[in-house]
Design a protein around this ligand. Structure first.
Ligand code: ACO
Length: 378
């Protein structure tokens, strides 16, 4: 018995931006970008919100959009079947309500508990792990009480509009990111293993190698007269210390802001993240294998986060695997954070690379620093 992936889909914005087009914005070239990252173009949302993209992906995963590739025997789900929606994003359209709540409303998932999760680029892997944990817990006994919510079907989404928090003057970052959404439906089944093992992990980002400050301008709410009473009574004390300047210092962004960079934009020390990423990816794969008592020989396909093709090559070499054992979809997408893994999984199903009974590993890393993997039987 276990938590099985029974639907998968993706949603992409219409606009495709090539490396040559980016070279008109910043001092870069198709040669530099494609040789250092494997990226040739990326989709950018102009009209579409994160929610619009998520809706397209979710409809496909639910079987509401014609045939769902790779899941031909799976009938479409009814809206009331879905009892859990987990939405991984770092670029929600709004802070309130959550993207999950908005998606629930759009799709009419009236029985679903819905909430967002932010673990940066690992958000989808974290969300799938949380969904599985809730589903497993809901099957277990409850000491005779009425216990906890029951979950049999979860919709797990990763959706991003990273273009909204990209500094389009910064060639170190703006060439890397794209927008998009991916989704899976997971079902609790009594006759199939589904997710066999999972691993999620945090390291401290002690050097602030990957940050994006929030856009709010005040750390505290104001009273009825518009006065921040707490700060007024404690101008130099502990509360004042939690000021915007202090937050900028903590995140190491004050210098960039002073130099005219937009405040709410991704700032990254690429080389530090690169080093972390290669090892985190490898380690997460080995951890889920160990937890499942399996070896790399048992794995049909690895579906990694798509930040840089060179990171995937580094991990492949360390694991002693050929690149054909990885699904690589970075060339026309770039890095779309939490949306990467489910979109890449959807590509693998679309191209017939995953058959029933195959064992597959999804693996990701990101800001936080977060990393993790999920090993499942298709
Ligand atoms: N075009 C041309 N030149 C560039 C560009 C560009 N787009 N970007 C940087 N350069 C220059 C640099 O300025 C530098 O020039 P210098 O030597 O004169 O100073 C030179 O190229 C080399 O720069 P490096 O940073 O050493 O380049 P590197 O080979 O490390 O590649 C990259 C940079 C692609 C960012 C790489 O470090 C990387 O992929 N890091 C990981 C990023 C990542 O995984 N992020 C994931 C998380 S994202 C999230 O969570 C939302």
């Amino acid at each position: 018995m276990g938590c099985c992936i029974v639907g998968c889909g993706k949603g992409l914005p219409l606009l495709d931006v090539t490396n040559d087009e980016l070279a008109e914005l910043v001092d870069t070239s198709d040669e530099w970008i494609s040789s250092r990252t494997g990226i040739r173009s990326r989709r950018i949302s102009v009209e579409e919100s994160s929610l619009d993209l998520a809706e397209v992906a979710a409809r496909q995963a639910l079987g509401w959009d014609g045939e769902t590739p790779g899941f031909k025997d799976q009938p479409a789900f009814a809206p009331e079947d879905i009892d859990l929606v987990l939405f991984a994003t770092l670029t929600p359209d709004a802070l309130l309500p959550s993207s999950a709540a908005l998606l629930r409303r759009r799709l009419g998932l009236t029985n679903a508990v819905a909430f967002d999760l932010n673990a940066a680029c690992s958000g989808f892997v974290y969300s799938l792990t949380v969904a599985e944990a809730l589903m497993v817990a809901s099957q277990s006994g409850t000491n005779g009480s009425k216990g906890r919510n029951k979950y049999r079907h979860a919709l797990v989404v990763g959706a991003e509009r990273l273009s909204r928090i990209t500094n389009w003057d910064d060639r170190n970052t703006c060439v890397l990111f794209g927008d998009g959404a991916g989704a899976v439906v997971v079902e609790w089944r009594d006759d199939a293993p589904g997710i066999i093992s999972s691993y999620i992990h945090n390291d401290d980002d002690t050097t602030n190698s990957l940050v994006c400050p929030a856009s709010f301008d005040s750390p505290f709410v104001f009273d009825d007269n518009g006065v921040n009473a707490a700060l007024a009574n404690d101008p130099a004390g502990i509360l004042a210390d939690a000021s915007l300047d202090r937050i900028d210092q903590e995140l190491g962004v004050a210098e960039g802001v002073a130099a005219g960079e937009p405040r709410q934009a991704i700032r990254m020390d690429g080389q530090k993240v690169f080093k972390f990423a290669g090892n985190a990816l490898t380690n997460a794969v080995l951890e889920v294998l160990d937890r499942a008592d399996l070896t790399l020989d048992d794995i049909a396909l690895i579906v990694p986060h798509q930040a840089n093709e060179r990171i995937i090559k580094f991990a492949a070499k360390k694991l002693g695997l050929g690149l054909e054992r990885f699904q690589i979809s970075i060339a026309h997408r770039g890095n779309s954070s939490a949306a990467c893994v489910p979109m890449t999984l959807s590509d693998a199903y679309d191209s017939g690379k995953i058959s029933s009974g195959d064992k597959v590993i999804m693996v990701a890393f990101g800001a936080g620093l977060t990393s993790g993997a999920v090993l499942y039987e298709a």
